[in-house]
Design a protein around this ligand. Structure first.
Ligand code: ADP
Ligand code: GN1
Ligand code: MG
Length: 367
């Protein structure tokens, strides 16, 4: 049993019967600390996901959990309506014994989800058909949120995908150079600056009203969707911390960023990193087939920019975090964030090389 926190005590605060047998770190998320709890219950063992919420980032946990409660309840209703399995096809929060959706031990905040069994959140694409299915799942999730009343949600991380604001934060980090790392990454800084004309490509269209602001997931990376271990089909969309106003282009783009990489997001050898165009088309087909009736022509046209921008922005965020001393993303080795930044920049370069083809596909496929 992991001993980072008093897990027996934390467990006792949630409405779960039985005895806690084990609790270990789980998954590859970069923001929260996720654990798998194994619980002895009548007739066998049951698993639960326990998360220590990153309260340095989510300063108002009440608001974050308000959003998640509403969205999980909304998803559950939709799964029930289509005759699906609500314990598997959406996230289910377990309440505390005093009826709350999280527990605070005085310092740290914890939440518990029912474990989605028989499914896996992958970091890599095993088969383009699986990626197509992920696209359908995220597209359906977008459809699900299209009727959700945005005014009920708090914007817990304002400007999350405002690339212009992200660029400004990056420039501030370069300017402050709190860790004295600027000299070492001057080439990377120059690369970001040379591509800064990308920043306004979507934000400006949202501001002018050409692209609608919707309620979106905002963190559609591949390991935020669970795929069935037998069929490979996407079962459930998870990681709802960032459900907020956003753009379809961002949700589309972040899946392309994470799924179309031939190597890991933190691969130190960038010669292994390539943009897999064939996967882009597979995802595009799946996504468009799901959101066909609601996507606007302008959004369709901007999907490729969504991919480039999410990748550029993410690389810039990794580099910013490196300059600021690795305080945001979970790192497990020195220069981890710098390796991550390099993979993203390489992907942007390769996406831009075939950008015309990406644009052509976005406006012609699935008509
Ligand atoms: P983070 O915000 O840190 O990315 P996530 O909510 O994405 O946290 O969880 C991290 C990982 O934990 C996921 O990628 C997935 O592998 C696993 N996970 C999260 N929720 C569940 C669940 N309900 N059932 C099974 N696995 C889960
Ligand atoms: C974080 O939480 P996780 O690991 O799914 C981050 C995303 C980044 C991603 C890069 C709330 O996602 O924005 O794109 O890392 N989430 C947050 O891997 O900042
Ligand atoms: Mg995640």
């Amino acid at each position: 049993m992991n001993t980072e926190y008093n897990f027996k005590d934390i467990f006792a605060h949630f409405q779960i019967e039985g005895e806690l047998l084990d609790c270990e770190r789980y998954g590859q998320g970069l923001i929260n600390k996720t654990y798998c709890m194994t619980v002895k219950q009548k007739g066998g063992t049951v698993r639960y996901i326990l998360q220590c919420i990153n309260s340095r980032l989510f300063k108002e946990v009440d608001k974050l959990m308000h959003n998640i409660q509403l969205v999980t309840e909304w998803s559950r209703k939709s799964v029930e309506e289509r005759g699906g399995d609500p314990l598997r096809e959406c996230l289910n929060l377990v309440h505390t014994r005093d009826g709350k959706v999280y527990y605070c031990d005085g310092k740290n905040y914890f939440r518990v989800y029912i474990f989605i069994e028989g499914a896996t959140a992958y970091d890599y694409i095993r088969d383009p058909r699986d990626f197509y299915e992920c696209a359908v799942a995220f597209g359906n999730f977008a459809n699900l949120l299209s009727t959700f009343d945005a005014s009920q949600l708090y914007e817990v991380l304002p400007n999350f995908h405002n690339t212009k604001v992200r660029y400004q934060n990056f420039l501030n980090a370069v300017e402050k150079d709190v860790c004295g790392r600027r000299k070492e990454v001057q080439a990377e800084i120059d690369w970001v600056n040379a591509h800064s004309d990308l920043c306004g490509k979507i934000v400006d269209k949202i501001e002018s009203g050409e692209i609608p602001l919707r309620v979106t997931h905002n963190d559609t990376k591949l390991n935020n969707v669970m795929q069935d271990d037998v069929t490979g089909k996407a079962v459930a969309v998870i990681d709802l911390d960032t459900v907020m106003p956003g753009s379809l282009c961002y949700d589309f783009g972040d899946s392309i960023r994470s799924g179309c990489n031939s190597a890991a997001e933190d691969e130190p050898d960038t010669s292994k990193v390539h943009f897999r165009y064939e996967l882009y088309e597979a995802y595009l087909r799946g996504y468009l087939s799901a959101v066909k009736s609601s996507i606007t022509e302008e959004e369709r046209k901007c999907l490729p920019y969504g991919a480039v921008l999410m990748t550029y922005e993410c690389g810039m965020r990794f580099l910013t975090d490196y300059l600021e001393g690795d305080t945001y993303f979970r790192t497990t080795r020195p220069k981890h964030n710098l390796d991550r930044a390099h993979t993203q920049f390489k992907l942007v370069d390769e996406m831009l090389e075939c950008f015309d083809k990406m644009e052509e596909a976005a406006v012609t496929l699935e008509r």
